[in-house]
Ligand binder design. Structure first.
Ligand code: MOS
Length: 745
């Protein structure tokens, strides 16, 4: 049998190497087709109309001026929209679909205009006059009783019904009797996703069949939501998403504009294309909610944690509970006998928040890892040393052994690369010229997920292979790593693999989220390729004309584009076997699903991040000058796309630490910085010298490929490392992101 890629042996020809993107040429030449670039005959353009208030009722929508414009085909509003009467509540987000006249958040989609050109549709949308009965919105989490409770000294703040969390030991007793403790509140702001590719969809009906060219991280979930919303069979909906220009969690959900596009297409009896403008994405397509987190830590004199309590509240909408699970990994990162974590939500007059890269872990690690840093100063122990002293030998929560855990290796390699030993313990004790110099670090962890996935592999008579799976490539390199896995399993050159992804008519795969695509889809691709080989082996050993006639199955391996006896040149090319059998192709479809490994092992990725900041004392501007991330994430399938993805996530973390912040007007509930001029994100000039290191980590238990996934851990811990460096440089502890000049002064 061909060797398994993830069995701890050195990689094949492609897996584990820095392989160029197989879709690289398509992307740089503009030949990769994104959702908005699909154009169908007779297609019209839809433009959504959004509310200018955050709360109230629409009393009138005057469309008369708009209707007079040439080219306008339809104006759909809550006053004339198709009634959607699903038998059951559609899965996915709770969508506001023009079914009533309520306005529940600012920039809610309250109508859609369809016209012959995009310009005419935009013009018409501007001419629609909306009259509202306005109510005062509540958009401040701090005005809610849940926030007051978080700050009260009564310990059991989070034991309400809605609180979800963990508990072990006796936190109250341990915290009360501790010699060293920290009790602080940290906050992270609302942040909006800004993928380079905006949301876009082309909806096209043929009778009762709907085709959507969409930009999505989940073609199958979109198909389900859309089918349920229109009460049609899933088999009548096809979702196509060959290229996605970033999603970061926002494109995991099907949002209202997708349904509105399909409603409009049905009404005008023609395909309709809807593209959201950048500003239109600040409201109806999710965002990372604001979190407020209270952290209590206690330790003995020798730096052993004795108690941890992490209470998190996040904002959500009035029509859906979204949990930002900030406390999710707190129970597992450190050994500590007494622990409580709670999570609560506060409903406000805002859109529904959604997952944004490392949802939970990104804001949660800012609070936990800042608090650890504060504790280190209390104890006068190096922050890295404090973490080492609290390494958990097994999962403190479940008691299960780690499938693998190389966080200590990450600390070591990261610290060496960064030069952590040069750090002086006291804040404000290091300088670079006239600048204050600060070193900070943080730990990171993210669970390894895997879901059932399938893939189909066809070996053709000409010796090439076609690999097909529904899964989306959201820019992370899925086309490339799946081609690598197939090429190595088949012993084919990667140029001979043709790959198709991003279509709900292809084999079923999970959503591209939770950093699980490599593990889930990769395992299915490997299995399908192996089954294709097995079929060829069967044909060959039964064929008298084959050099492998009657050979022992277990002695046959795939190599050099064919089947050969191990350690022998006896064998033949795939093409020979297929040709002699008079076949056009050999097809294998496989499903791969996780086993019971998660009952035996606790499975997570780990990382250590080191940041250097320099601050001009006259201006207090925190300037990040170096960032080093060392990660243990199992088998790294492609060093080039992986490094690229880590850089992206670390950059995301820099934005979170220093810039990103969605600002809402507290009186009107309107987002005030809803564009890229006012919503600051890092650009090249903001990004310092960055280094990514993957430590060698072999995980035999996790999945057939041994890959843990890397997408989300890349942002985790970055904001804390930077905040800790800012404190080290200045002695100023900033507990509220982003760390802007006014907070450092
Ligand atoms: Mo990730 S937030 O699951 O796209």
């Amino acid at each position: 049998m061909a060797g398994t890629i993830g069995d701890g042996k050195p990689a094949g020809k492609y897996v584990g190497k820095a392989v160029d993107r197989v879709d690289g040429h398509l992307k740089v030449t503009g030949a990769a087709t994104y959702a908005a670039e699909h154009t169908i005959d007779n297609q019209l353009y839809g433009v959504v109309i959004q509310s200018t208030i955050a709360k109230g009722t629409i009393t009138k929508m005057d469309t008369s001026e708009a209707e007079k414009l040439p080219g306008v085909k339809a104006l759909i509003t809550p006053f004339n929209a198709q009634k959607l009467s699903s038998k059951k509540t559609p899965s996915g987000r709770t969508l506001l679909l023009l079914q009533d006249k309520q306005v529940k958040h600012s920039r809610q989609n309250i109508g859609i205009v369809v016209a012959d050109t995009w310009e005419n549709a935009c013009h018409a949308a501007e001419l629609v006059k909306v009259t509202y009965k306005q109510s005062e919105p509540q958009v401040e989490i701090e005005k809610h009783s849940t926030y007051e409770k978080l700050n009260s000294t009564a310990s059991e703040t989070g034991s309400s019904e809605s609180a979800s969390g963990h508990k072990r030991g006796n936190f109250d007793r341990a915290f009360a009797s501790a010699d060293y403790k920290i009790d602080q509140v940290y906050s992270t702001p609302m942040e909006n996703h800004n993928p380079m590719e905006p949301f876009a969809v082309v909806a096209s009906w043929e009778g009762e069949h709907l085709t959507l060219y969409d930009t999505t991280q989940a073609v199958f979930a979109t198909r389900k939501t859309v089918a349920e919303t229109f009460d049609i069979a899933e088999s009548h909906v096809r979702v196509i998403s060959p290229f996605v220009g970033g999603g970061f969690g926002s494109k995991l959900s099907t949002w209202s504009h997708v349904i509105l596009a399909a409603m409009a297409a049905r009404k005008v009896n023609a395909p309709v294309k809807v593209v959201l403008g950048r500003t239109q994405m600040y409201g109806p397509v999710g965002f990372r909610p604001k979190t407020i987190q209270r952290l209590r830590l206690a330790a003995s004199k020798d730096g052993k944690l004795t108690a941890i309590r992490h209470d998190n509240i996040n904002e959500t909408s009035h029509f859906e509970d979204y949990v930002e699970a900030s406390t999710h990994t707190t129970s597992r990162l450190y050994a500590c006998p007494n622990l409580v974590t709670t999570q609560n939500q506060v409903a406000l007059d805002i859109g529904t928040p959604t997952w944004m890269r490392a949802p939970g872990e990104a804001p949660g690690s800012f609070a936990l890892e800042s608090a650890l840093d504060e504790l280190a100063y209390e104890l006068k122990i190096d922050p890295l040393e404090l973490r080492l002293r609290n390494y958990p030998e097994k999962d403190p929560d479940s008691g299960l052994p780690w499938s693998s855990n190389s966080i200590r290796e990450c600390y070591k390699v990261g610290a060496e690369t960064f030069g952590w030993h040069k750090r002086k313990l006291e804040p404000k004790s290091m300088k670079s010229g006239k600048h204050l110099l600060g070193y900070g670090m943080a730990a990171a962890t993210y669970p390894t997920y895997r879901m059932a996935a399938s893939a189909q592999l066809t070996i053709l008579a000409n010796g090439t292979a076609l690999l097909q799976a529904g899964s989306q490539d959201i820019g992370t390199g899925t086309y490339t790593i799946m081609s690598q896995v197939a090429a190595d399993t088949l012993a084919l050159s990667i140029e001979k693999i043709k790959i198709e992804l991003g279509d709900s008519t292809l084999p079923r795969t999970p959503l591209s989220g939770g950093s699980m695509t490599a593990a889930s889809v990769g395992s299915a691709v490997q299995e399908a390729a192996q089954q294709a080989i097995n079929s060829l082996i069967k044909i060959a050993i039964a064929d008298q004309a084959s050099p492998l006639y009657q050979a022992n199955v277990d002695s046959i391996v795939a190599k050099d584009e064919g089947l050969y006896l191990a350690n022998s040149s006896k064998g033949e090319k795939f093409t020979e076997i297929i040709k002699r059998a008079n076949l056009k192709q050999v097809v294998a479809k496989a499903e791969s699903r996780p086993g019971k490994e998660d009952e035996k092992y606790s499975m997570h990725s780990y990382g250590a991040i080191f940041a250097e900041v320099q601050i001009d004392p006259d201006f207090a501007r925190p300037k990040l000058t170096r960032l080093v991330g060392a990660y243990g994430a199992g088998k790294i399938l492609n060093l080039k796309t992986a490094r690229n993805q880590m850089f992206g996530g670390m950059t995301f973390g820099i934005g979170m630490a220093l810039m990103e912040h969605t600002l809402i007007d507290p009186k009107f509930g309107r987002i005030m910085n809803a564009d890229l001029a006012e919503y600051h994100m890092p650009v090249n000039a903001d990004i310092p010298n960055m280094e990514v290191i993957f430590v060698d980590e072999v995980d035999q238990h996790i999945n057939p490929l041994g890959a843990k996934g890397i997408g989300e851990i890349s942002i985790t811990g970055v904001a804390a490392a930077i905040a800790n460096a800012v404190y080290h440089a200045t002695g100023k502890r900033v507990r509220d992101l982003p760390i802007t000049i006014d907070k450092v002064m």
